[in-house]
Design a protein. Structure first.
Length: 95
């Protein structure tokens, strides 16, 4: 999904239950297990200058959003996010 600065591509996937632990080849996508379910997506490669409102605005076309979690890490030049939708069909459309 295009959405980043300079044509940067956002990586969107299904969020897994619980904390998603770091892997050596990928940055982690944290969210408390009470928030992550079949309605949530994990978004990677978000420009560091983005705020929660920008991430919410990008995905609000897919359905009602319940929460947005945006995490910035100084080790990477991008941020990570988790977006939770009210309906599971919204998650499927966003992916």
């Amino acid at each position: 999904m295009e959405g980043g600065e300079g044509g940067r591509r956002l990586l969107v996937s299904e969020a897994k239950s619980g904390f998603v632990k770091p892997k050596l080849d990928k940055p982690f996508c944290p969210a408390p297990s009470k928030h992550v379910d079949a309605h949530s997506i994990c978004v990677k490669n978000i420009p560091k200058v983005w705020q929660k409102s920008q991430l919410e605005g990008l995905f609000s076309n897919y359905g009602e959003i319940v929460f947005v979690n945006l995490v910035q890490n100084d080790k990477y030049d991008t941020s990570l996010g988790v977006v939770g939708f009210k309906q599971p069909v919204s998650q499927q459309m966003a992916i």
